[in-house]
Design a protein around this ligand. Structure first.
Ligand code: ADP
Length: 952
């Protein structure tokens, strides 16, 4: 039996005792009340009957006195003249004597009836044998005698005789005066008394009843089984209770009085039933009320008991739950006494059983733990148990913490303060979870390093594959320049195309793996979004035309001209999706619709829809379309080619740009791919895209050009541009590949990106320059990104012949290629690689001083130009410091309005003049360059005015 069960049994006994006491109290009160009422009733009845006996006594004494008086008068009258006395006559005058109940008679000394107030009997009546005669005949003194009731021989009725002796003058006995009374006479007084079913009784000390109400039948028999005579002999008055009352035969309360003058007792009895009628009614009522209250108390008891049982059941369930839960739980009172503690706490904390009992305190537990080295840290010695209690005991400011036990088990300990000041603390074994977390972290690290390893592997592999592949492509290209018959040419062409395809695949895989490993940083540069989109679509025009497809681009007016973002990646997405549309459409059209909507402040959401009337995509293929290596079916991919990576790369790019991509397609009708990206708004600048179409210097000849560029899109764009210039291009993705390619194939020009993985452009250039023979003299043009501007000196030092900044406009790139090719490996002026007008400079100016301000500056410059030319021509003649000053002014003034080629040329001439380098003085060419530049600026100004006046 557990302590809890013992407590429970004890509580049950206590409750039963309480219930019994309540019931005892109720019934005790009822009993007491009834007992008092019973005593009071008995007392009242004794008093009442006592009073009645008193009245009865007085009345009977008066009655007997009256009868005696009559007897004395008759005796006197008779004694005076016995011969003459006529009793009937005498009695006739006295009404009471005529009463039938009263007879008076004279008896002579021999006992013969002499006279009576009643009708004389026919024969003589002898009463000498009667007691009432005999007593008087034998008496020695004159006294009234009252006889027992005697059954009348004539009347056959009971009567009581009152007699006195008649004494002669000489004292001799003359006879007896007899007054004979119906017992009714004595009792009639009580007719008027209200005694209900009670009785009154006049009884002689001889035990014979003289009169009673109600009348008794056998008055000639003495009282039987009555304590009355005995009691009356002892006490002159009193009362008693008798089960069978003397007159009524019912249980009665009786009061009596013994008469002093006569040997008589008067008694009055009340029926017990009657006396206790009210008491019984009350007793009934009380008992009913008592039963009611008992039932109520029992009901309450039963209810309380069932409530208690329910509580006990809950408690049992709770105890079972607590005992079987995997967490340890301790609840402490505000005084830190343990109110609840489960077995699991003992297991988790290794506590001895005595500390799992009630009445343990949190301090006991903590002390035990400290003593057993639970808290190994120095600050937690036995002295600081109180601190520990204060900190960890009921301190909810650290609601959750973890602790590793000396045995290695890791516990999570939670403490919650209760509103009453107590607290609940739980202990959870999180060893497994911790181990899992560590395992998971290790697995994650392993996976991450796996992913890194995979990316590295892919990069290395693609590099390793690309290097020989570039050799194959380049060599195939070389072969194609040779004279072959048609079949041979076809085979070489297959080698070249397969090589290109394989290179594209390798590049896609590299791109995808970089995106997948989130290694790709997006650019944040201002660019002309319309031009970028138009340029990308333009690159597919030829392919579309070859298939007889319409390629239609619509750019909504709300698309801003300039935004900030990554133009290369946007171009890549467009090329992928539009390229697919062209690829998978045999007839009809491909439409590209571009629109924009303001998103957040200074943000633009660009939406592009590319719709085609191609083969469509089955519904079941749509859900996985954007997964990597997903192709709708193998036969189609064989027919159309492709790696199955384009959409996966596009989706990742779109998502990196804060957008999403979706597709709708019906097989046989066509598909529409939609994507949106978030771009930043940029201050307005004028696009240079127009230059591409207007400037197209014819190539010196068809050149073989190597493009080294790691970014796939830039590579594609630049390759297409070079092809449009009429040259042949091979592309590699890093410096090592470039060096390899240059060593194996004689290129006319190398376009070298500066920033590349593996080996950067400067290192590669130096390596090429170190090569012996013509390889070492291969003309190299550096491609510098915006961020790398200002690195011209580094380019020259590395041995580059020229450089252009990315993204290089078509004209600029073409000019640079022509210049370095024509110079035949000699360094060319960087100026040739610079645009006549860089509108971005004017855009920046407009940002600073407003579009109108920028236009004013340009106009001022244009009005100044004739004077500047005059001064320059004079200075060219005068030379010396005048020329230096003019060239200096020209350098800064022209650069400030975006005439970069003129500005740089002037600056270099200024530098040469200052150095006294006459050979490098190209000052004579300045007026022509100035004229050309000014024309370009004037065109720009006119275009701006048209835009401003709304003419398009
Ligand atoms: P792939 O290099 O094979 O074109 P993508 O990821 O670009 O790889 O496309 C995956 C597949 O999606 C394609 O092989 C093709 O089956 C399907 N697909 C993509 N675009 C279209 C389109 N416009 N019309 C029909 N099918 C398309």
């Amino acid at each position: 039996m557990t302590a809890w069960h013992r407590r429970r049994a004890g509580r049950f006994a206590g409750r039963a005792a309480l219930l019994a006491s309540v019931l005892a109290l109720i019934w005790g009160a009822i009993w007491l009340q009834l007992a008092q009422e019973r005593i009071a009733t008995e007392r009242d009845v004794r008093q009442e009957t006592g009073n009645l006996t008193l009245a009865f006594e007085e009345n009977i004494i008066r009655s007997i006195a009256a009868i005696d008086q009559v007897i004395l008068i008759v005796r006197d009258a008779y004694a005076r003249d016995p011969a003459q006395f006529n009793l009937r006559g005498w009695a006739r005058d006295r009404a009471f004597i005529n009463d039938q109940t009263f007879q008076i008679a004279l008896v002579d000394s021999s006992g013969m009836l002499l006279q009576s107030n009643l009708e004389q009997a026919a024969e003589r009546v002898d009463v000498s044998d009667r007691e009432h005669f005999r007593v008087q005949a034998d008496a020695s003194r004159d006294a009234l005698f009252i006889s027992r009731p005697v059954l009348g021989r004539v009347s056959n009725r009971y009567s009581v005789q009152f007699t006195r002796r008649i004494i002669g003058p000489d004292g001799e006995f003359l006879g007896v005066v007899v007054a004979s009374l119906d017992p009714f006479y004595l009792g009639r007084f009580y007719e008027s008394l209200r005694i209900g079913h009670g009785f009154v009784m006049l009884v002689g000390l001889d035990g014979y009843v003289r009169a009673s109400r109600p009348a008794i039948e056998h008055m000639d028999l003495p009282l039987a089984a009555s304590p009355l005579l005995e009691l009356a002999e002892r006490d002159a008055q009193g009362s008693y209770r008798i089960d069978a009352g003397e007159v009524t035969g019912q249980a009665s309360f009786v009061s009596y009085r013994r008469l002093t003058e006569y040997p008589l007792i008067v008694a009055v009895g009340f029926g017990v039933d009657e006396v206790f009628a009210a008491y019984r009614l009350h007793r009934f009522q009380y008992v009913v009320a008592g039963i009611g209250m008992t039932a109520l108390v029992l009901c309450i008891g039963v209810l309380l008991d069932s409530h208690r049982r329910r509580l006990a059941k809950y408690q049992e369930e709770l105890t079972a739950t607590l005992e079987n839960m995997s967490q340890g739980i301790v609840m402490v009172d505000p005084d830190r006494r343990v109110a609840v503690i489960n077995r699991r706490v003992g297991e988790l904390l290794g506590l001895p059983p005595r500390l799992l009992q009630e009445n343990t305190t949190l301090d006991d537990i903590l002390r035990w733990q400290v003593e057993h080295g639970e808290f190994a840290s120095p600050g937690a010695g036995p002295d600081s148990v109180q601190d520990l209690v204060a900190r960890g005991g009921l301190d909810a400011s650290v609601p959750v913490y973890e602790r590793t036990r000396p045995n290695g088990i890791v516990l999570e300990i939670r403490t919650a303060l209760l509103p009453n000041g107590g607290a609940v603390r739980t202990y959870t074994d999180i060893t497994g979870r911790k181990r899992n977390e560590q395992d998971l972290a290790a697995a994650r690290d392993a996976a991450e390093s796996g992913a890194r390893a995979r990316s590295q592997f892919l990069a290395v592999m693609s590099h390793e594959i690309r290097t020989p592949l570039n050799g194959i492509i380049g060599a195939a290209g070389l072969l194609m320049d040779r004279r072959f018959d048609a079949e041979e040419f076809h085979y070489v062409q297959i080698i070249r195309q397969s090589g290109d395809h394989l290179l594209q695949l390798v590049n896609d895989i590299l791109d995808f793996s970089r995106l997948d490993a989130s290694c790709v940083e997006l650019d944040e540069v201002p660019f002309d979004v319309r031009a970028t989109i138009a340029g990308a679509v333009d690159m597919l025009t030829t392919a579309a035309q070859q298939k007889g497809l319409d390629l239609a681009l619509t750019i909504a007016d709300d698309v801003p001209p300039r935004v900030v973002g990554d133009p290369g990646r946007l171009r890549q997405i467009l090329l992928n999706l539009t390229g697919n549309a062209v690829k998978f459409t045999e007839r009809g059209a491909v439409r590209i619709d571009v629109s924009a909507a303001g998103d957040a402040p200074h943000r633009v959401r660009l939406t592009v829809a590319i719709g085609d009337t191609g083969i469509g995509i089955p519904a079941e293929a749509l859900p996985h379309l954007f997964d990597e290596f997903s192709q709708v079916d193998g036969s189609i991919s064989r027919r159309f080619g492709g790696s199955g990576l384009g959409l996966a790369i596009s989706r990742r790019l779109v998502e990196r740009m804060g957008g999403s991509v979706s597709v709708q397609s019906v097989v046989g009708e066509g598909s529409t791919f939609r994507f949106d990206i978030l771009l930043k708004e940029a201050p307005m600048e004028v696009s240079e895209s127009g230059e591409e179409a207007t400037v197209a210097n014819p190539p010196l000849s068809r050149l073989r050009i190597l493009l080294a560029e790691d970014n796939g899109t830039n590579r594609l764009v630049a390759s297409r541009m070079i092809e449009r210039m009429g040259h042949r291009v091979d592309a590699v993705a890093d410096g090592t590949e470039a060096v390899q390619a240059v060593r194996s194939i004689p290129y006319d020009v190398v376009l070298m990106d500066l920033m590349m993985p593996e080996m950067d452009g400067l290192t590669a250039t130096k390596l090429i320059r170190a090569e012996p023979g013509p390889v070492g003299r291969t003309p190299i043009i550096g491609l510098t990104a915006n961020a790398e501007q200002g690195r011209e000196a580094a380019c020259r030092d590395a041995g580059m012949n020229a450089f252009v900044s990315k993204p290089a406009p078509f004209e600029q790139l073409a000019a640079a290629i022509q210049a370095v090719a024509a110079a035949g490996g000699q360094p060319v002026a960087a100026a040739c690689a610079r645009p006549l007008l860089d509108a971005r400079v004017l855009g920046l100016l407009a940002e600073d001083i407003g579009q109108d301000g920028a236009l004013d500056v340009v106009r001022l410059f244009l009005t100044e130009v004739p004077r500047m030319i005059d001064r320059l021509e004079q200075a060219l003649v005068a030379r010396g410091s005048a020329l230096l000053r003019e060239v200096h002014t020209l350098a800064s003034a022209s650069r400030s309005v975006g005439l970069l080629r003129l500005g740089h040329e002037a600056a270099e001439i200024e530098e040469a003049l200052a150095d006294g380098d006459a050979a490098a003085d190209r000052s004579g060419s300045l007026p022509d360059l100035m004229q050309a530049s000014v024309r370009r600026l004037a065109e720009w100004e006119a275009a701006q005015e048209e835009v401003a006046s709304g003419v398009t």
